[in-house]
Design a protein around this ligand. Structure first.
Ligand code: DC
Length: 221
């Protein structure tokens, strides 16, 4: 089973994807970490995140082990990640790794949950269930602000809003695999929902989408 979860940052995708993977005993890949890891390595090498050749070379050599570095959540890396993510060669270089994870998940799991921006549209268009998890810009900025403060970082709310807008604009406006719901995705607006409600709604959608064909009176013999 492949579950694709797409949406903008701080909409609740990560929390939902992790909980679904645990509840359904599936492997989980946060694909944003791939772009973050490429960005971190590019910055470390002294290259510019807009340098297509350096970024694509780094992406081609990326391995799942690279996703363990603790600095990948930093805002500096997030901004650079949305720049390397706009480079078509970087996206192509990361496709294979993501598809392999989805089709032959590690740990002998029977399926995978992948979250990102283009999982339902590009990486796994054949996914069994596609969710597009979104929320209002205000709700997302409030969550990110709280999350940063909880991590002990300094956070200035207007700056969080500005950075989120900049990243949203880059992720949605890019020519290759822009952020948008797949035609067959179910959209979940989490602005007014807590994580438990989001999880329950997603489980209901998954149950409905993966239910075996009806054996009721109308079913074929
Ligand atoms: O989900 P995140 O904030 O960790 O993602 C970091 C950046 O990577 C984000 O700006 C968009 C990009 N990204 C992408 O283009 N495609 C994905 N499947 C996942 C993330």
């Amino acid at each position: 089973m492949i579950i694709a979860i797409d949406g903008p940052s701080a909409a609740g995708k990560g929390t939902l994807a992790r909980r679904l993977a645990e509840a359904l005993d599936l492997a989980y890949l946060d694909t944003g970490l791939l772009y973050r890891a490429v960005a971190a390595k590019v910055l470390e090498s002294g290259a510019d995140p807009d340098d297509a050749e350096a970024a694509a070379r780094t992406a081609a050599a990326l391995a799942l082990d690279d996703l363990a570095r603790p600095d990948l959540r930093d805002e500096r890396i997030a901004q650079a990640a949305s720049r390397v993510a706009a480079i078509p060669e970087v996206r192509t270089a990361l496709l294979d790794l993501q598809r392999r994870f989805a089709h032959t998940p590690p740990g002998g799991k029977r399926g995978a949950v992948l979250d990102g921006r283009d999982i339902g549209t590009v990486v796994c268009p054949e996914a069994d269930v596609k969710l597009f998890v979104t929320a209002s810009p205000e709700a997302r900025a409030r969550r990110r602000h709280k999350e940063l403060l909880a991590r002990g970082e300094t956070s200035i709310y207007p700056r969080v809003v500005a950075e989120m807008r900049a990243r949203d604009a880059r992720d949605s406006a890019r020519a290759t695999a822009p952020l948008k719901p797949a035609a067959d995705a179910v959209v979940l607006d989490t602005s007014e929902m807590d994580p438990d409600a989001v999880f329950r709604a997603a489980m209901d959608i998954i149950a409905a989408r993966t239910a075996p064909p009806s054996s009721g009176p109308d079913a074929a013999p």
